[in-house]
Design a protein around this ligand. Sequence first.
Ligand code: LLP
Length: 426
Amino acid sequence: LPPHLMVKAGHLWIGGQDTVDLAQRFGTPLYVTDEDRIRENFRRLAGALTAHYPNVRILYAAKANGNLAVFRILASMGAGADVFSAGEVSLALAAGMRPESLLFNGSSKSPADLALAVEKGIKVSVDSLDELRQLNAAAAEAGKTVEIAFRVNPEIDVPTHPKIATGLATSKFGIPAGQILDAYREALDAGHVNPVGIHCHIGSQILAVEPFAREVEVLIRLASDLIDIGVDPSFIDIGGGLGIPYRRETDRAPTPEDYAGAIMPIFLKGIRDLGIEPELWIEPGRWLIGDSTILLTRVNSVKTAHRTFANVDAGFNLFIRPAMYDAHHEVVAANKADTPPQREYSVAGPICEMGDILASDRMLPDLEAGDLIAVLDAGAYGFAMSSQYNSRPRCAEVLVAGGRAALMRRAETIDDLIATMLTPPW
Ligand code: LLP
């Protein structure tokens, strides 16, 4: 178990709180996030990079966990944010992040998105020439100039799930390497956009450092070409993607020090040779937040069929990673945490789909209705990807810190479900 989780008196504890008490007090299902763990993760990652080079900026990938309390914690650590929507922009600004520390990303920005970036003075990672022209026109209209990067597609194959490998030649993201210089040339001439950076992201949950090293090589070559056409890059953003060891026994995950050790020498030699001193930006989501959070879910019933099922109250409505990516998350019997494993269970949710299995064939203590299961490493792309499928209100989120626990999101109610619905007048 990571240090913020421990077993005490037979129960799983997180951040100094007994999960059995938390489930009692706040109800289940329940996401529980340890604030100190987020801070520690941030310090560790930032420290590993700044040990090589001081000009590093960390942009929290807001999509990983969109809770305002989480934004506030990261803002207080000095993070900016990689934002993909008007909602993420608003949350980041509400948390006190400065507009200049945000990068508005995405391959399909609406006219309203572009107008918002112009109005707030947020840098934009431009993903197509069409978007460039629209952004330039929006900036001209407002009498402003917007600082931009282009998102370059590095055409790098990365070892991860195909749904989250974003830097492949076939990806919907980024501008192909063969078109990127023309894009910068057009931006230089456009009048109301100022190309000041380079942006790239190769994929997510990457458990090797070599792809990042190759990515940095591509970006340094691009920086060199950009200097030739008159662009002096003030930041190089290598995106996020550093993976975490979800399979705690067997995954070999690079540490932040491994990551920094693989990319920084290439980056530093590259910029020294070019005679530039750009900021290095990274956009971690999962690494900052993934292991900070558990999902507590109550056993409703147990059934032995061709397998033994523990039917719990959280399904892929609340946690879709196992169904969507075949993701493996460790599960712990939170109220029997020091009972030795006795039998194999599949932990199944309440949704009316076969794919609603949170964990398959795991050795757990004998379970019965009322037992409490904790799904580990649920902080990134957990609540953030939840839905109301099967008309299930979303659950609450609790933050724990320094021996205290408080709601950071109340549970939705059935009334909340109905509140946005209207009856057409015929
Ligand atoms: N920057 C950009 C442009 C991204 O698209 C992403 C993630 C990140 C940064 C952060 O990546 P991270 O450091 O968290 O790996 N829902 C999937 C992951 C989707 C990632 C989308 N983009 C999952 O649950 O595995």
